[in-house]
Design a protein around this ligand. Sequence first.
Ligand code: C2E
Ligand code: MG
Ligand code: MG
Length: 496
Amino acid sequence: MLFVAPLLLLTILFGLLVTAILVSGKTSFISAPGVLVAGILIYGATLFVLSLTGVSSIRELEDLGRRDGLSGLPNRNALHQDFKRYAQSDEEAAMALIDLDGFKQVNDHLGHFVGDQVIRYCGDVLEEICGKEARCYRLGGDEFAILMLGPVAGTILEGMCRNFLDRLEAPVPIGERRLAIGASIGLANSKGSDDLSSSEMLRRADVAMYASKRSGRMRCTWYTTDFDRDREAVQELDDDLRKALADEEFALHYQPLVDASTKKIVAVEALIRWNRADGKPVGPHLFIPVAEETGLINPIGLWVLRQACTDALGWGEIKLSVNISAAQLRNAEFPIKLGQILEETGFPAERLELEITETCLVMDPIIAERSLEMIRGFGVNVSLDDFGTGYASIGFLRQFRFEKLKLDRSLVVQAGDDDGSRAMMLSSITLARALKMGVTAEGVETEAQAELVRTAGCDQIQGWLYYKAMPADQIYGLLEEQSAEDAGAAHLRIIN
Ligand code: C2E
Ligand code: MG
Ligand code: MG
């Protein structure tokens, strides 16, 4: 390629010279046939050098602009052009958008060199799976696409995508390393929609891909028009949440946790409430997932932490539990902000417990481990919330070492109904005890459930049987009563 640029420049200069001569009419010092011969020679030399450097035709030069340099696969331009060609036929066209999971962590922690190898590996696997039946593309970053045309393109394409996910079940071998890489896939089909542009197909596949990511990754999802309606609803709720944060419409309630044997309040869990201006109640199970998706959970979560630390400052020695979302833990700034809040409010770190769910760990184990290490460095405890609803992986319990395990209400309820669930609850408690964790049973509503979890070995109980969540001032009142009772009991002991 080094020769090409000077030769092209020479050809252009020569062209300019010939034009200047023709315009000025002074052809006397160079004969016309001479000019022609020299021109042909330079053109021939340019073609010769181009063929020597491997770029033997203009077509190949064009092709270079349609290829991704790293993976060697066709690129985004090629996808759009191919789709336009496909759209001219009457056959069904199907498109898959593939986004790798865990790729950013590989790049951040192991460097771009390793990241590049992962991209090449995935590109090769996709090419192998597509064979001659479909065409695969790298769109940029960790995004790939597959395009397919034919009578049952959608069905075959979905099969290919599932095949790709199966291949990623095994760790990706890069040199000595074995890397856990996943993928979320969105699928879109031209069937039933006339005149779909390539951008619209890509948008639909993208929307479906995000649905795959939301529902736990390593899956394929087909686009449906419902997704667009859901997106509008999410957008609307996001706008309302932003306003709510600015207008201070959020409040915190606190639910007491009692000691399983003494039934005294030993901790409180902060639970967010949204007092909407229009009076419509919206529970955290509805708005927290939206805030997580749009990133608004970061400022909301910091508000919760600051407010809870301020409220609980005067509540004696009891612990304060605050829920932390996966998106917050993924944010590298979070541990720093937590440190600032502890300093600003003066809240003792040893009284604070952060509740996280398994989702935090499954999605980004590397980042989660690093953030948890920093958090523990302050002296803050970490609890695993909603245990029994997700993957419940014993490996996670060993890897992350939590100070407390919180058994989800569903596990507690089922344990009262069937032997299998009871066995699972008992073995979870035994395991947690062996790993030196405290165990709290959540959502206890009846005396029978309380008795069951108490005898099973839970040391704390949370549930409506004892207390519902309530505003901060009521907690203060309860704690006052509790310490008055304690003082009374101590007084009686002294008298007796
Ligand atoms: P969680 O952390 O597991 O909180 C316990 C939920 O169970 C609370 O629901 C609580 O009111 C409810 N609960 C407690 N005892 C009982 C009972 O005996 N029976 C029944 N049926 N329910 C009981 P809530 O307040 O609606 O919160 C739901 C979820 O929203 C929480 O589950 C937590 O995952 C999330 N959440 C709440 N506040 C926050 C927050 O400030 N930040 C984050 N990231 N998530 C929050
Ligand atoms: Mg919780
Ligand atoms: Mg829970």
